[in-house]
Design a protein around this ligand. Structure first.
Ligand SMILES: NC(=O)c1ccc[n+]([C@@H]2O[C@H](COP(=O)([O-])OP(=O)(O)OC[C@H]3O[C@@H](n4cnc5c(N)ncnc54)[C@H](O)[C@@H]3O)[C@@H](O)[C@H]2O)c1
Length: 415
């Protein structure tokens, strides 16, 4: 019985696009017993495969290729494949950046070709801008965007070990996970197409930033005869802040007594190299974020506005380089707001440019029309009451407030 059940899980998979990603996945699924048809529009690649030649180098690839080619794995030109005989299409065509935008030519060709086969389970691995999968595969209802994170040089261990993120059309609906994914025995996180699509770009941008960051710091290290390898060895040994999930949470701009000060110091060191483009742009990026927040808050004239929390971050009363204090003292605040207040139980004795401090929540309800949720967390029942009382609520993003608040038409957020 068990053998039969296992047999039923085996599929015929068309892997479309036999580049590094496609060929690696073709071999992985062939090695799991599936019948795999490798599809490409490049006739040379098809010929090489049929001649038993593995045209890419990747550890373990050739070994698997020689083992499974022509038994579990077969090559077909894209004009010469019968998708009626296929269960699952794994799309791995390229998505190069050309002439100022992502070239979607290859994936469009594939989407057009697959449109006539509604029975297919479609898994998109090609890296795509948010919204592309929804747009390209409107007429299919079994479509999954599965961002691919493999690295050339460790493709097979990455395929085997990495957790899976699966983008679907509606993450709130019950989703049937394709067996070729569920049988990989991994942690699977379901999200919507756009989140999964943006996740891949975000991850690569972050990797690129880490590399550029390390190299800029290393260039400073060189000027000061500091061993950059030792420096980064020590840097990486801090798993509390440096190598951790800290600071990877959406929120407003940074402030406080350290980050801005130390960045300025680092980028103006006497012996430091002049080309510190990334490090210098961090402060510019933070200032742009503050301007964005200002535009959001002060877009219209207001009778009354109250900031909830004024410290530079939650759980402190330190006001040095506080974003909220900057926002309260800005020219826009003077121009656009008739009555300005703040409410902060940790800063009741502060006097900021004669801005009135409210000491009780009931005063907010009574006196204020627009509330900016800052670094002091209001209880959920209070924030929900604010929107029920038709107050306008602007969230700076310090806390993850309940969805019910975010769904209110009176709610706006930095994100
Ligand atoms: N290479 C990597 O390390 C890596 C890692 C993660 C994600 N990705 C992403 O995966 C995707 C594929 O990457 P790659 O490096 O394997 O790409 P690639 O460009 O090396 O290979 C793509 C293949 O698709 C074929 N192709 C193009 N149009 C086709 C069509 N209409 N029908 C059939 N085949 C067609 C091409 O001939 C080529 O062989 C890209 O979106 C890439 O960004 C790549």
């Amino acid at each position: 019985m068990r053998a039969i059940a296992k047999e039923l899980r085996l599929k015929t998979i068309a892997v479309i696009g036999l580049g590094h990603v496609g060929l690696s996945f073709a071999m992985y699924y062939a090695s799991k017993g599936h019948k795999v048809i490798g599809v490409d529009k490049d006739q040379n690649k098809i010929n090489l495969i049929r001649d038993g030649k593995c045209y890419l180098f990747e550890p373990q690839l050739e070994e698997l290729f020689l083992q499974y080619n022509a038994t579990q794995f077969f090559a077909a030109h894209s004009t010469d494949i019968d998708y009626h005989k296929v269960d699952t299409a794994l799309i791995c065509v390229g998505s190069p950046f050309q002439d100022g935008s992502v070239c979607l030519k290859a994936i469009k060709e594939v989407a057009d070709q697959l449109e006539k086969f509604p029975h297919l389970e479609i898994m998109v691995k090609t890296t795509l801008p948010p919204g592309s999968t929804r747009d390209l595969f409107k007429n299919h209802n079994k479509v999954y965007f599965v961002p691919e994170f493999l690295r050339e040089g460790s493709a097979f261990s990455d395929i085997r070990e990495q957790d899976l993120v699966v983008g679907v059309a509606n993450k709130h609906q019950q989703v049937q996970i394709p067996t070729i994914l569920s049988s990989m025995n991994k942690k699977i996180r379901i999200t919507d197409f756009e989140t999964a699509e943006l996740l891949k770009y975000s991850s690569n941008a972050y990797h690129a930033m880490k590399i550029a960051f390390t190299n800029e710091i290393s260039s400073i290290a060189q000027e000061y005869r500091v061993d950059a390898y030792e420096l980064f060895d020590l840097f990486k040994s801090d798993h509390n802040l440096n190598i951790s999930s800290h600071y990877l949470t959406p929120g407003p701009a940074y402030g406080g007594s350290c980050l801005s000060k130390d960045l300025s110091a680092l980028t103006t060191l006497e012996k430091g190299p002049s080309q510190l483009t990334l490090l210098r742009s961090i402060e510019i990026s933070n200032m742009n974020q503050i301007k964005r927040i200002e535009r959001l808050i002060y877009q219209n004239k207001m009778e009354s506005l109250c900031f909830i929390g004024i410290s530079f971050k939650p759980e402190t009363n330190d006001l040095r380089d506080s974003l909220v204090v900057k926002l309260m003292k800005s020219k826009q605040a003077m121009d656009k707001v008739e009555r300005l207040y703040f409410y902060d139980p940790l800063n009741t004795r502060e006097h900021i440019s004669n801005i009135q401090s409210l000491s009780m929540y009931s005063e907010i309800i009574e006196l204020v029309d627009t509330i900016v949720l800052g670094p002091h967390r209001l209880e959920d029942r209070y924030v929900l009451e604010l929107v029920k009382e038709q107050k306008k609520v602007i969230d700076l993003g310090y806390f993850d407030y309940p969805q019910e608040l975010k769904d209110s038409p009176n709610y706006q957020s930095v994100f």
